[in-house]
Design a protein around this ligand. Sequence first.
Ligand code: KG4
Length: 334
Amino acid sequence: AAKMRVLGIETSCDETSVAIVEEGERVLSNIVASQVDLHARYGGIVPEVASRHHVERFIPVMCEALASAKTTLDDVGLIAVTNRPGLLGALLVGVSAAKALAMALRRPIVAVHHLEGHLYSAFLADNTLYERLPLVALIVSGGHTQLVWMEGYGRYALLGATRDDAAGEAFDKGARLLGLPYPGGPNLSKLAEGGDPSRISFPRGMISEGLDFSFSGLKTALRTFLEKDQGATSLADIAASYEAAIVDVLVAKLRRALQATGAKTACVVGGVAANRLLQRRMRAMAVEEGLHLVMPEPTLCTDNAAMIAAAGYWRYRTCGADALSFDTLATAPL
Ligand code: KG4
């Protein structure tokens, strides 16, 4: 039988993305139009600006995704779209387009949870993962920090989550305090490369308690440090020390979750998984613990539609299509 081509759509935040993925595994195209430069001058994402740009860019991005996959809408067998959680106005653009396409093409449609998409980025990166379940996933993005136990499609349990800021938010807020441009995470990480991570001992929030996270104390510690320091310490050393504090906590928590559950497979997904120090430290931990660890390449870690198509394929295989009347939600648990 011909392999099913899934058209994936992601517009939950500031990336307009459309992808074509064969079954749950082969990415034929994954086009991402980022609005980062548009929001940079506001120092953060402006929801209404994001929605308007999704409307402008959706059709060109979809055409590029079809062309670069050398395919047409006629060959699409399934439509998968992020419907939760995210900026409501941004989500509505992708959901409305997806429903119109499904109706006009008479194809099944599935509604995908954004974090489920992040989980499935690991399955795109490593097709052997299906045989290695259960796994523990660390989802670290700008809006979320969660440890998830996963046994199969739709079978998830939340092991821990942040009580305040997300890991990506800690990077972004730290960068802002250091005077770095938005988006802060990658900029802070670049600055940290030449610095000494042991120069300042920033707090490792909740590092030895349970599986929840807390990053707001770290941000406050940085602000207090900068006020007292008055420019005496090099910015590279401060950035490196700050980054090390976040990474130490993430590595320690994933290790504890694996030890608590006995899982031997793990993945780290979401925008922060693109962080080089985090990748190095996680790989070292995986060797020590004898784990199979998957950290997808950066283009699959940050928001993209290929991961939504992959999750959508498995949703369709497991639960069938969704009714065209499905809802769009700003907040929703995994
Ligand atoms: O997954 P994502 O693209 O969007 C959300 O769904 O939130 O994640 C974006 C987050 C931002 O907070 C960004 O600063 C962070 O991921 N990020 C990084 C790096 N690349 C992206 N943080 C640290 N180091 C990086 N290299």
